[in-house]
Design a protein around this ligand. Structure first.
Ligand code: ACO
Length: 333
């Protein structure tokens, strides 16, 4: 897990302002205390200030006073944020009254702070579902120029260190886009390669996975992956991308050589791109549980500024790591 330590150290070199909209949630407060003590980020906790103070005392936390606390129902920029939201959602028919209500929702508030330049990134999801965390981010922060799709990658730390970079692989999309078309899948492949470059710091070798390798099966589902591979190569000629590949052809050198001879990726892939969310979400959980891999994520990618989602079953440690990853994304931006 030296990679995680590197990520934490990188975050400390240029402390970013990270919003935690679930500022009264127990694990979030414990993680915030450690993050402040270690100097990983400037934290902005959203929540009732006196409740945060009381909880902080109850949990015997020492550093929470150093966080910026924003009361979602009473702060100086409330009207300005409501105006910003109404303006951003004007074409969807949002009125100022609706915006004034929505800005009291910490998940909307966090995204508006980022959009307004008052924060660099956000982590939420210890209490809220993925959909509820993502929706305001998709509506307010939106995607990077040239990208139409936000997706979620996992860093997978597998037991067998002969795979990936010393056992580190990146899986996507495991969190967001239920059924991408070929163009969207190509974007997921390219953004996952960029995440691999910036967060893992290695040259990505991207495999677009299927149940077919280089025409071994004929089916419209394999055709989608073939087309996605073509588009991804066109979008990013600098990257090593190949498909369609079965998982063993992507990962095992002897299988790669026999099923996809001449491929720069087959047999040595470190980025696995799944054809849809069902495959990606199931695959990462199987590798995590049956293969005893550590899964860190989802790291949301393709967004114009970093917003990351937590699992509601997350630990204090998970929140700590995701804040460090989010800070790295903000630094790279
Ligand atoms: N990338 C970019 N923009 C998107 C995306 C995307 N992947 N999906 C939706 N949007 C945009 C839409 O264009 C729309 O923009 P607009 O309002 O400005 O026109 C806005 O986001 C809202 O879109 P909707 O389709 O109305 O939003 P919806 O309520 O359907 O939710 C969501 C989108 C939340 C991402 C949905 O696709 C979803 O729930 N995905 C699955 C999430 C999930 O449950 N993952 C598994 C659990 S996570 C885990 O296990 C790690």
């Amino acid at each position: 897990m030296n990679l995680m330590q590197d990520i934490i150290e990188r975050a400390k070199t240029a402390k970013q302002r990270i919003v935690l909209p679930e500022g009264t949630e127990k694990r979030t407060l414990y993680a915030a205390d450690r993050l402040i003590a270690d100097g990983v980020a400037h934290l902005i906790l959203v929540g009732n200030p006196s409740e945060i103070k009381t909880l902080s005392r109850q949990y015997q936390l020492q550093y929470i006073d150093e966080a910026t606390v924003i009361d979602p129902v009473d702060h100086e920029k409330k009207t300005a944020y409501a105006r910003l939201l109404a303006d951003l959602r004007k074409s969807k028919g949002m009125t100022m009254e609706e915006a004034e209500k929505l800005v009291e929702n910490p998940l909307y508030l966090g995204c508006l702070m980022i959009k307004n330049g008052d924060a660099d990134g956000e982590i939420a999801g210890a209490q809220n579902t993925t959909g509820d965390v993502l929706r305001p981010a998709l509506q307010i922060i939106k995607t990077l120029p040239g990208i139409s799709v936000v997706s979620g990658a996992f860093l997978m730390f597998v037991q067998d260190r002969s795979y990936g970079k010393n056992g580190i692989l990146v899986f996507a999309d495991c969190a967001v886009m239920p059924n991408p078309n070929a163009k969207e899948l190509a974007e997921i492949a390219v953004t996952t390669a960029r995440t691999t470059q910036t967060i893992v710091g290695v040259e990505p070798r991207v495999a677009l996975l299927s149940f077919s390798t280089k025409g071994s099966a004929r089916h419209e589902l394999a055709d989608k992956v073939i087309e996605a591979t073509r588009i991804a190569k066109e979008m990013a000629p600098d990257l090593s991308i190949d498909g369609e590949l079965q998982a063993d052809a992507a990962l095992v050198p002897s299988v790669g050589v026999s099923k996809a001879p001449g491929s720069r990726v087959a047999g040595r892939a470190n980025v696995l791109v799944f054809p849809n969310l069902e495959c990606g979400n199931i695959a990462y959980k199987l590798v995590q549980r049956l293969g005893r891999a550590e899964a860190v994520g989802p790291i949301l990618q393709g967004m114009a500024a970093p917003v990351n989602d937590l699992s509601r079953g997350c630990s204090v440690d998970d929140i700590y790591k995701m804040v460090a990853i989010c800070a790295n994304q903000a630094i790279n931006k």
